[in-house]
Ligand binder design. Structure first.
Ligand SMILES: *Cc1c(COP(=O)(O)O)cnc(C)c1O
Length: 441
């Protein structure tokens, strides 16, 4: 190793990075070199450069921005909702120094972190009380533990869903210690089914939004007001897990109607839970709104401490909610801007891309909302299609660009959808595509 550290270029690396880090990088580079030689490849021409590459790899963050040209707006694998400029500014403002996270400025004493988002959530939805957990899965767990542990939760067989990533409602229920009582059939459930199944031990009637699939044909489900009334009649609470967290009516954008949070509350739900980073358009969080008699129990539950959010989440969430409070969500939240983007404008952008490189063609296509909302619903768009013999290979090369570009592959073409590409990302996208096409000949 000491001989390796004396090779040309190495003393400079040791000076810049320190001996320990460079020794570790040199070991990794040696290992790589050994494998290359065993594979019959040529030895590295520049040893210091190989070590510098290893160093670079060691100190580079693995979590990094990517350009989403897939046309899926709320893409769970790509971090769901991009944050608004307002939310980013708040992250910086609050994260830079100290904050009144849990400090009551009037009293000069300890306060509650819950107040920051609670006031806004109540103002926006008209709920009595609200709290914020780490994500909606945490919120579901908290509601079931806090309101139904050791008791029964009645739910329709048509709503025992798997949301994705292995999150299955029946399994979460088992973990919470609540007993699942399934009623009805996959396609048809009536309010009488819930009533017949209820006992003095019934804590909740639960409604779970079928976020990622739809049932059609010979189907029936009781309406939310009917279900809430029935729950109250038997002395139980009504809990709605709406998942996507629509605060605006998606029907206004030519999409199917998603149950809104306000609708669930108006129907008489005691508790409603939803995600912060789906249709709400904010950071990862699980939002719970409802009656103080229910939400208060959750706020004081010992598990709350384990599921609570940090100041950065609250800062970004507060800024996102303020957009709704001031009626500016449609213009300022990226998720809603992308949903509202007009096909004519998208066609213009796709056409600009095509002209910039003089390759491919502009085609009609469909974008998806994604993220456990509006299953099967798509938005008309225009895409830049690059016909290729092996489009999967082009897609792979684009993922290796800096920043990586995520495209879609359809049959015999690489597809890039302008809907989910932010304006500031276009130059990078075009440069990446240009480089990949030049390499491919
Ligand atoms: C997405 C979703 C969840 C899980 O929410 P996360 O924020 O991903 O934890 C739970 N319930 C429903 C109905 C959902 O759509």
């Amino acid at each position: 190793m000491s001989a390796l550290l004396d090779l040309p270029g190495m003393p400079e690396l040791v000076r810049d990075w320190g001996r320990d880090l460079v020794v570790e990088a040199a070991r990794r580079a040696t290992e790589l070199e050994r494998r290359r030689l065993l594979a019959g490849e040529a030895a590295a021409a520049d040893w210091a450069a190989a070590v510098a590459r290893a160093l670079d790899d060691m100190v580079r963050p693995t979590l990094q921005p990517v350009i989403n040209a897939s046309g899926v707006i709320i893409h769970t694998n790509l971090g769901r909702a991009p944050l608004s400029a307002g939310a980013l500014a708040e992250l910086e403002r609050v994260g830079r120094g100290y904050s009144n996270l849990e400090y009551d400025l009037d009293e000069g004493a300890r306060g509650s972190r819950h107040v920051h988002a609670e006031r806004l959530l109540c103002d926006i939805t008209g709920a009595e009380a609200a709290l914020v957990a780490n994500n909606n899965a945490a919120a579901v767990l908290l509601v079931l533990m806090g309101l139904a542990q050791g008791r029964e939760v009645v739910i329709s067989r048509g709503q025992l869903v798997e949301i994705g990533g292995g999150f299955r409602i029946p399994e979460v229920m088992a973990q919470s210690g609540a007993r699942l009582v399934e009623v009805g059939t996959t396609n048809r459930t009536y309010v009488e089914d819930y009533m017949r199944a209820s006992t003095p031990d019934t804590a909740l009637f639960m409604y779970v939004h079928r976020s990622n699939f739809s049932l059609s044909g010979f189907v029936h489900e009781p309406g939310l007001p009917e279900l809430a009334e029935a729950a109250h009649q038997v002395g139980a609470r009504f809990y709605a897990d709406v998942g996507s967290g629509a605060l605006r009516d998606t029907a206004a954008f030519g999409l199917a109607h998603e149950p809104t949070v306000v609708e669930c509350l108006a129907a008489g739900a005691d508790v409603v839970s939803f995600s912060g980073d789906k249709l709400l358009g904010g950071p990862q969080a699980g939002l719970v709104v409802g009656r103080e008699a229910s939400v208060g129990l959750l706020r004081r539950h010992p598990l709350m401490r384990a599921l609570r959010v940090g100041k950065l989440t609250l800062a970004a969430l507060q800024a996102t909610l303020l957009e709704y409070r001031s009626g500016r969500e449609a213009g300022n939240l990226p998720v809603w801007r992308m949903i509202a983007a007009e096909p004519a404008g998208l066609r213009e952008r796709a056409e600009e891309w095509r002209q910039a490189l003089g390759r491919g063609e502009v085609r009609e296509g469909r974008s998806a909302v994604g993220g456990g909302s509006l299953p099967g619903e798509t938005l008309p768009t225009f895409v830049w299609a690059l016909p290729a013999e092996r489009p999967q290979e082009l897609a792979r090369r684009l993922r290796e660009s800096a920043p990586p570009v995520i495209a879609r592959v359809e049959e015999e073409a690489l597809i890039l959808d302008p809907r989910t590409v932010l304006p500031g990302e276009e130059d990078h996208l075009l440069a990446a595509v240009r480089a990949v096409l030049a390499d491919a000949g």
